[in-house]
Design a protein around this ligand. Structure first.
Ligand code: ATP
Ligand code: MG
Length: 506
């Protein structure tokens, strides 16, 4: 590790408390010009917090920060940007109705006096686009751009402000494979020109591909540092979670039974009233995992909304174990024993201001199991939630803890615990492990496989090809609302699936 050179960033003995949580504990972190440093750790390890401190978003309670040798007092992101630090969060902060150029110049003082010199701004933007291979139309409105393109705008926005230290918090979680390749090229060219990048990710293969050095946080502390060339995925996973992960997922060979979920001639519109699902036919059988691969935005969200009773289709029918699903009616799905794991666990899956226990009995609270004549059977409910917290190993202060205090992985476990407790006939799992660390991901994969063995049919909607390949008995690819290819889980090739994902038909 370079030590003779002066680091661009030195965070020294940084500690940060949130009430009784120590999010960062005596952290020393250096970043050098010309390197991509990956910051790893389980959900809740303190990665985002540490970088938010560097970005001036939070003040640390103890410790000091030096940027390019100077002690930095960062009262706000504005101070950090002035010192060359930019951070791109997972949820972008662009104005959808404005153009790329407008988004980029907002808040800068390009030009003369109070007036922006848009000509000069455009020239500077186009120069940056050429320099870093980030081609994007300056006049395109942001809402028309894909997620990958919006991310390019965020990077350009940082570069436009002459940032030379760039932090990217889980930038690839929402990108298609080809977009990830583009991003990596950009990051490489950034550091080749003397800048420095911090790359936060749970995808260890990507970390091995892109980073020069790895720093691992656990429980708010730095527990290990490695040169990427001297480590491997297995060691990194072990350092993050403090134990060995199972290397391969053991999947029992099973003969699938009769269909438990059948979708026929389904058409549905998206929020802009444009066709999102086009004449979709699909069947999932007992003891079967059907993986639906596809780049985000190709109808997956609308499909799960129709299945969950949150969106009315234009046409078509859906049945579960032979019974028709009533559209636009979430309780129909619950009554027909559908386990629902929505993509947006915070928006639609869990009520964040209620307790863990209340979320666990949310769909069942009116059943006689938990109440008679309106009187809740508290003891039984408490035992029930304690058992689930135990079984799923949910890290929480207890069943009474407010749900929003849980980390991403533990939120997902609460949802699984609730949805699988009723022994569903069909499970719809939409992006079930997005943003989760490797330990939580392994756990959820095992639970999904257990459901398959128990006899459920599972529709796994996922953008994560590794996940689709590891779990699926059969794979279909959705593109612009249509199934464009199908393969058996064993014989599918990544190249073929990748081609279908980009719209090349079978
Ligand atoms: N604004 C906040 N208020 C209270 N607690 C917080 C706040 N932000 C973070 N925490 C807590 O600090 C700890 C570290 O959280 P942080 O978001 O930094 O984790 P992370 O490593 O980025 O995790 P993930 O991989 O899930 O994004 C967690 O226990 C989290 O619950
Ligand atoms: Mg984070």
């Amino acid at each position: 590790m370079p030590s003779a050179r002066q680091p661009m960033v030195r965070m020294s003995s940084v500690t940060k408390y949130f009430l009784d949580v120590t999010a960062n504990n005596d952290v020393n972190f250096d970043l050098y010009a010309g390197e991509i440093c990956a910051l790893l750790g389980e959900n809740g390890a303190g990665k985002t917090t540490l970088m938010n401190i560097l970005f001036g978003y939070y003040a640390c309670d103890e410790g000091e920060i030096f940027i390019k040798g100077q002690k930095a007092d960062l009262a706000s992101p504005k101070d950090a940007i002035a010192l060359g630090v930019g951070m791109i969060h997972q949820h972008f902060a662009l104005v959808p109705s404005q153009t790329v150029l407008e988004n980029i110049v907002i808040g800068t003082d390009t030009g003369r006096g109070p007036f922006l010199d848009m000509k000069k701004a455009r020239r500077k933007l186009l120069d940056l686009e050429v320099q870093f291979g980030l081609q994007i139309d300056p006049d395109a409105r942001v809402w028309t751009l894909s997620v990958g393109e919006q991310q390019k705008v965020e990077i350009l926005k940082a570069l436009y402000r002459d940032v030379d230290i760039l932090v990217m918090d889980e930038p690839t979680a929402v990108l298609a494979p080809a977009e990830t390749d583009d991003l990596f090229k950009t990051l490489k060219s950034l550091v080749a020109q003397g800048r420095a990048v911090v790359f936060i990710s749970h995808k260890l293969n990507e970390v091995m591909d892109i980073s020069d050095r790895v720093v691992v946080l656990r429980g708010g502390r730095v527990v290990a540092q490695r040169l990427t060339a001297e480590t491997n995925v297995r060691e990194l996973a072990n350092l993050m979670v403090g134990r060995d992960l199972l290397e391969d997922i053991a999947k029992k060979p099973l003969e699938p039974g009769p269909p438990v979920l059948e979708i026929r001639n389904l058409d549905a519109l998206n929020d802009r009233d444009l066709p999102a699902i086009k004449n979709l036919h699909l069947a999932v059988r007992q003891n079967e995992i059907l993986g639906m691969a596809g780049i985000s935005g190709n109808g997956q969200r609308e499909l799960s909304e129709v299945l969950f009773g949150l969106r009315d289709p234009v046409r078509g029918s859906i049945s579960i174990t032979g019974q028709p699903l009533r559209f636009g009616n979430p309780s129909s799905a619950i009554n027909l024993k559908m386990g629902r794991i929505p993509e947006d666990r915070i928006g639609t899956g869990l009520l964040m201001d209620l307790s863990v226990e209340e979320n666990m009995i949310l769909e069942d609270h009116a059943s006689t199991r938990f109440q008679t004549w309106g009187l809740m059977k508290s003891k039984r409910i408490h035992r029930y939630s304690d058992d689930l917290i135990d079984a799923y190993n949910i890290a929480t202060a207890g069943r009474d803890a407010v749900t929003k205090s849980l980390s991403g992985g533990n939120l997902q476990k609460v949802m699984l615990a609730r949805e699988l407790a009723g022994r569903p006939a069909v499970v719809i799992a939409a992006q079930p492990t997005r943003g989760l660390d490797v330990g939580a991901m392994e756990y959820i994969h095992q639970r999904i496989l257990q459901e398959r063995e128990r006899g459920a049919g599972i529709l796994l909607i996922s953008e994560d090809l590794d996940e689709v390949f590891a779990l699926s008995d059969r794979i279909v690819v959705i593109y612009e609302g249509e199934i464009v290819g199908e393969a058996s889980g064993e014989n599918a090739s990544r190249e073929q699936i990748g081609l279908w994902m980009s719209g090349v038909k079978q």
